[in-house]
Design a protein around this ligand. Sequence first.
Ligand code: ATP
Ligand code: MG
Length: 355
Amino acid sequence: MSESTTERLRVLTGDTPTGSLHLGHYVGSIENRLQMQEEYDCFFFVANWHALTTRADQTDDIRADTISIVKDWLACGIDPNKATLFVHSEVPAIAELTWYFSMLVGYGRLMKNPTVKDEIRVKGLGDEYSFGFLLYPIGQIADILAFRPAFVPVGEDQVPHIEMTREIARRFNQYYCKIDGSVPDEEHAQRGGVFPIPEARIGRVARLTGIDGKNKMSKSLGNAIHLSDTPKQVQKKCNKIFTGRGSMDDPPVLENNTILEYLDIFMPDKARAAELNEAYAASKIGDGDLKKEVGAAMNALLEPIREKRATISDDDVIDVLKDGCRKANAVAEQTLWKAKQAVRYDFFKREIVLG
Ligand code: ATP
Ligand code: MG
């Protein structure tokens, strides 16, 4: 099995199938991926193992969401001829790397990860989360490092995970590849470390607020405008946004007002956005007027995506994923072999054959 001979730097990122994609994904990560696929060797994956952490009893939904996310990608313009699109569960080297990395992370360190703490709180998991839930941040480290990427395009909420990934890549290289603790991050790979120390790449919008006006827009929180929503659903969701005022007689709220955040992000005509902003601040227009304008701007962005999405079948998605899994396995198996050589578990080589 030979590694891709491309000289382009690699990029890796993914989405969990806990629902279909939303506008937060679009401005937080998809826009970035569209640019990056032109320049880098990109790997985009559906994290269907991670979806099990909170929905182990809903695997029909996970499967449907897996297909749906790939349709979203393709509809947005992610091109399987430029990027490799794959699904977690058919790339076994990722699970194996998770085992090795799990020995390099302390339980205390894991529980200090603010994204893990936040997810437990926001998703109301209490102390009822599964053992596997705690394994997912380590799994995420393996997702990334299996592809030895230079960059990981993500939203702000994922930065603590990337930080932990960087720590573990350094530790692995120090333990098993004789990389001294003083070696700068950018020199790890060239000095013989199996893993480069990857960098997060934050999108145009680091964190898009949800229509609840409070939390990050999130598939799991019911506060998202999905890329696949109909024009009516988009407008209806816009109409629900809490703008911060108690009654319509109160003055408009100008700080932390989600409709103003959306106006700034989704209105492509910046002069028009400034004009509307001013009129709103002076109470010349109200919440309803702004919601209508923002809804229309979102729908203008989503219309071509919806149109393209309608032409993509489930079978198209399976074909794309199968081809992508083949390419992903070639790289991930290569990485696993390098890692096994480093830890002296390299008894013999093997090959993954897809049916
Ligand atoms: P879940 O609620 O199940 O965690 P999610 O909506 O957070 O789902 P993920 O699949 O966890 O979506 O995230 C995929 C990528 O999209 C990550 O890089 C994440 O940082 C980014 N992302 C998700 N939501 C937003 C958002 N509201 N703003 C910016 N980036 C986001
Ligand atoms: Mg998330």
